[in-house]
Write a protein that binds this ligand. Structure first.
Ligand code: ADP
Length: 262
């Protein structure tokens, strides 16, 4: 059922009923080291993520979360198995093709905000597109800035922003190219708990309203409150995969949580 917020962004639909698969891993295996130092980081991991899903990948330290994220994002190569982004197999792509996929079709958010201090928020957000000689789609740009609640911060430099605001700028930078999927590695790790909860609510809202897909590695137990799927890893295997009470497209964050930038 369309929400009232959807109509504010004509042409930008939320997760649709068909929810096509955006990211798919098939039987991923990854082993580090040899002999006594041999570690199985991924042990036949299969996963399919639908458009508009907000997936938290959780598990103890060393369970394979980062390795999985890096393999899904084409930043690392599995020893066996395949990764498909929007149906395209990453295996067999040249470095140049992988770079193009990462640049044009994926977004990244890390624990460290990685903003350039001498650029304004807006210049930071637009930098990846400028480097790719692309222009932002105005409707999408406006919807992203609006959803993140940073419209009045665009002229500020990172040093003039709070941690929560800086991470929102980093999220906008990841989203502005309208990627198939955003991969986030501990995006709330450097934030206080209130800013972290607010950011998670906003990401959830963007998945619902804009149909954005997010796969996030996190230790943040608040993730369960905001995401609509939690995949749990242990010893390189998926030991839990819970679709939560807020199915894709039915997330109902209060508007105040979306606007509440800290
Ligand atoms: P998590 O993100 O859940 O903490 P990782 O994916 O980082 O787990 O690591 C999974 C396992 O693989 C761990 O035992 C880790 O020590 C090992 N590992 C990860 N990267 C490397 C590497 N580059 N060299 C050797 N071992 C690694």
């Amino acid at each position: 059922m369309p929400t009232s917020t959807e109509s504010a962004y004509p042409g930008l639909s939320g997760a649709d009923a068909a929810s096509p698969t955006v990211v798919e891993a098939r039987m991923l295996c990854k082993v580090y080291g040899t002999g006594g130092a041999r570690v199985t980081a991924l042990d036949h991991v299969s996963l399919a993520v639908s458009r508009g899903q907000f997936v938290a990948v959780m598990g103890p330290s060393g369970s394979g979360k980062s390795t999985l994220l890096h393999c899904l994002a084409g930043l690392d190569t599995p020893d066996a198995g395949s990764v498909f982004i929007a149906g395209e197999d990453l295996a067999g792509m040249s470095d140049r093709q992988l770079t193009a996929v990462r640049r044009d079709r994926l977004g990244f958010v890390f624990q460290a905000f990685n903003l350039l201090p001498q650029l304004t928020a807006e210049e930071n957000i637009l930098l990846p597109l400028r480097l790719a000689h692309r222009k932002p789609e105005q409707d999408w740009y406006d919807a992203v800035i609006d959803s993140l609640g940073i419209g009045d911060r665009l002229g500020h430099r990172p040093s003039e922003l709070s941690g929560g605001q800086q991470q929102r700028v980093a999220v906008a930078r990841a989203l502005v190219g309208r990627p198939e999927v955003v991969f986030a590695d501990e995006p709330t790790g450097a934030l206080d708990s209130a800013s972290a909860a607010s950011l998670l609510e906003t990401l959830a809202r963007m998945c619902e309203v804009l149909g954005q897909t997010v796969v996030m590695v996190t230790h943040d137990e608040n993730a369960a409150e905001a995401t609509n799927r939690i995949v749990r890893l242990r010893d390189g295997r998926i030991v839990g995969d819970d679709v939560l009470a807020r199915p894709t497209g039915q997330h109902a964050a209060p508007a105040a949580a979306v606007q509440g930038v800290r």
